[in-house]
Design a protein around this ligand. Structure first.
Ligand code: NDP
Length: 355
């Protein structure tokens, strides 16, 4: 089968592509420029040539072994993946789609949220649903939504509340457009985009299954093309804020997380496992806080102890806020989760080396 992945040069997408290739699947992957195609192929080739293929999350319990065939990877330039006319040729001939291309950035000011966040998310998801419906061979459409589409940020920390796949953020397009702060606009972009996908399959007869994945903050080592820390993706930026040690222990926001390789495995399983019907999966390992990140890295990298703020070692905020029930993704897709330490320490080494 050939799988289409949108937004191939992104943090999460690169891990998804690498995992699919390691499992012998053909991947067609979209980027918005030919330069990004070149840098993405180079980054993936470098990563795949120098890493062993074993992973605790290997499908069917067995790691794919041996060299990865990079001829299985086709990179295509789609300047505007929110335009159905542009994305449709990329969809042609694919049996499944993993849609990741969407703006996850806090680099937008009030007044710009519609153009920079809401419309790309909404139009991109709708274009994928439409293009997939036009191509009979597409059997699965997996949309990377977010925990942002699940929880109600307006309700605050809600200790004792356990979120599941049945929960939906009540945020509207208008609330995102008129928000005062960019994180609220980003959260709205995710919920309106995921709702659009569910609305699409409700209102149209489609021959594919829809699967939406709702991950918490995604952390982990980066294998996508990135030239400097100035280009750090939004979620790993949270870790770097702790590690660079300039502002003490920063406050924890959106305190649930997942490792990027585990999310890639959930994506692979969502694309390939037979499911009885359309599905929504919450994909979070558990809670984290910035103090915990500081404690982990101070212990694992003693040479950085003078750099990272001490804060209040051992203090955790987990009991003070909501949590998530991710048992469905573990049971149905068989995904195992790394610990925060297993995810953060390799990332910390990489971030300091990049600096
Ligand atoms: P990255 O910023 O690393 O990658 C984003 C990708 O989307 C890039 O390929 C980028 O292409 C593309 N993109 C950005 N803006 C647009 C736009 N306006 N139109 C079309 N494509 C665009 O992000 P992540 O890998 O972290 O995120 C990937 C997906 O996962 C997103 O949908 C995000 O919302 C979702 N997600 C991420 C989480 C996280 O913690 N990282 C958590 C939950 C969900 P280009 O380089 O050309 O801009």
């Amino acid at each position: 089968m050939t799988i289409l992945i949108t937004g191939a040069n992104g943090f999460i997408a690169a891990h998804c592509i690498a995992l699919l290739l390691r499992n012998g699947l053909s991947v067609r992957a979209t980027v918005r420029s030919s330069q990004k195609a070149t840098s993405t192929r180079a980054a993936l080739a470098a990563y795949l040539s120098c890493t062993s293929t074993s992973t605790s999350n290997s499908p069917d319990g067995a790691a794919a072994a041996g060299a990865v065939d990079l001829s299985l990877l086709e990179l295509v330039v789609v300047p505007d993946p929110t335009d159905v006319a542009q994305i449709r040729p990329a969809v042609a001939g694919c049996s499944a789609i993993l849609h990741l291309a969407s703006a996850f950035t806090y680099d937008a000011a009030p007044g710009e949220f519609e153009e920079k966040l809401l419309l790309p998310a909404l139009k991109g998801t709708t274009a994928i649903c439409e293009a997939a419906a036009m191509e009979q061979g597409v059997g699965k459409v997996v949309i990377m939504s977010s925990f942002a589409a699940v929880y109600d940020a307006a309700k605050g920390l809600q200790p004792g509340t356990v979120y599941t796949e049945g929960d939906w953020s009540p945020m509207t397009y208008e609330e995102g457009r008129d928000a005062q702060m960019v994180p609220a606009a980003y959260r709205a972009s995710k919920v309106i985009a995921e709702r659009a996908a569910w609305d699409y399959i409700r209102d149209h007869k489609v021959s594919y299954q829809l699967v939406t994945l709702c991950p918490g903050m995604v952390f982990g080592k980066m294998i996508h093309p990135i030239e400097s820390l100035a280009q750090l993706n939004a979620s790993n930026q949270i870790v770097w804020e702790v590690l660079k040690g300039e502002n003490g222990i920063p406050p924890t926001r959106a305190p649930v997380w997942i490792d990027v390789e585990d999310l890639a495995m959930a994506s692979l399983k969502a694309l390939t496992v037979d499911l009885p019907t359309h599905q929504r999966f919450l994909v979070t390992q558990g809670s984290y806080c910035t103090q915990e990140i500081a404690d982990i890295v101070r212990k694992a990298l003693p040479e950085k102890q003078d750099r990272i703020a001490v804060g209040e070692p051992g203090k955790r905020i987990h009991e003070t806020h909501y949590s998530c029930d991710s048992s469905k993704v573990q049971q149905v897709l068989g995904v195992k989760f790394k610990t925060l330490e297993e995810s953060i320490v390799p990332l910390a080494r990489q971030l300091y080396a990049m600096e």
